[in-house]
Design a protein around this ligand. Sequence first.
Ligand code: UD1
Ligand code: BG6
Length: 371
Amino acid sequence: NKGHYEHYMQKEIHEQPESLTTTMRGRLIRLGSNKSKSVLLGGLKDHLKTIRRSRRIVFIGCGTSYNAALAARPILEELSGVPVTMEIASDLLDREGPIYREDTAVFVSQSGETADTLLALQYALDNGALCVGITNTVGSAIARNTHCGVHINAGAEIGVASTKAYTSQIVVMVMLALAIGGDTLSNKAKREAIIDGLFDLPNKVREVLKLDQEMKDLAKLLIAEQSLLVFGRGYNYATAIEGALKVKEVALMHSEGILAGEMKHGPLALVDENLPIVVIATRDACFSKQQSVIQQLHARRGRLIVMCSKGDTVSVCPNESCRVIEVPQVEDCLQPVINVVPLQLLAYHLTVLRGFNVDQPRNLAKSVTTQ
Ligand code: UD1
Ligand code: BG6
C-alpha cells in the first residue's frame, strides 16, 4: 500500500523517521538514576564475548547492503579495536578468500535471500567462522542459517532500490559497534554522544526530508546529463558510493562514487566545466581535507554541488560559485544516515523526470536469488 505516495521508493524514503524509530525500539536504554546509557541487541548478547575476542570482523554483502557496512566500518574499528575488513560476496567466492575460525563474519542482507551472500555464508560456516546476520526479513535463509544476528525491523521494502533498509542497516551496525565496544572509561563520552544522537536521529531525518523540493529543482537541472560524480571520504565514502548507486540503478544515469583521497590518481582528469560533481563536505575530522578538494575542483572549473552542514555555505563555497545543499549536523558516525537522504531524493526525482520506472528499474530485481 503506497498510501498517498506515487511510488514505493518515494514512500520508503519519506518513512525513514518511522522505520529508524522501529529499528531502535527496545534496543537503546537509559539505566538507573544516573541515566547511564546502553545498547541491548537481544540476538547478540550471548555472543558478544566471542565477537570481541575474534581476530577480525569481516563484513560480507552485495549492493546497498555492502555499502551500509562500508558506512559503519569506521565506527566499528574505532569502538571495538578489532580489525574490520570488507568483502563483496561474489568476490570473496571468486577468490576463495581467507576466512578463519577466529573470524567473525557479518552477513548484511535486506532480503536475507541473496544467492551470493548465502553462498558466502555457507563458505564461512564451512571455514568455522562465527557467522552473524543483519537482515530485514524474519525467517529468511540468512536469518535461519547464521549463528546469531539482528533483525533491522525496517518494515517491508518494496522498491527495488533500497532506501530505508540502508539507513536502518547503518543504525544497527552503529549499535553493534556500541555493543562490541563495551563500556570503557576512555570512550564513555563518545558512546553517550552516539546514543543521544541515535535517540534524536529520526527528528534529524525528518528535517533533512524537507529538502525534497530543493532536490526536485536540482534534478530538473541535471535531467539531461550523461554522468554525475559523487566525492566522499571517511564516514561518507559509503554515502558517495551509495548515492551514485541510487542514481545509476533508478535514474539510469551513469554515476560514480569516488573516494576523494584518490582524486589526484585519476578522477581529476574528468573534471571540466560540464560534468556535474557532488562533493560531500559535512563537518567531521575530514572537513578541511574536503575544503581543499573543493578548491582544487574549483580551480579546474568543476561544476560543483556541495553538501555541507547547516550554516557552512560560506566555508565551503566562498564566492557563491557552486550550488550548496545544507543538511543538519549529527554525530560523525551517524552523518551518513542524514547525508544519503538528499541523494535518495535526487535519484527519485531524476527518475520520475526522465520518465523511467522508479520501483522496477530496467533489468533489476529486488532479490537476486541466482548467481
Ligand atoms: C526478539 C523478538 C522480538 C521481541 C524481542 C523482545 C523475533 C524475530 N524477535 O527481538 O519480536 O519483541 O525479542 O525481547 O522474534 N538472528 C539470527 N540471524 C539473523 C537475525 C537474527 O540468527 O540474521 C537471531 C538472533 O540471534 C535472535 C533471533 O534471531 O536469536 C531474533 O533476533 P532479533 O529479532 O534481532 O532479536 P530481538 O531484538 O531480541
Ligand atoms: C539487489 C537489489 O541487487 O540486491 C539491491 O536490487 C540490493 O537493492 C542487493 O542492495 C542486495 O540485496 P540484499 O537483499 O542482500 O540486501
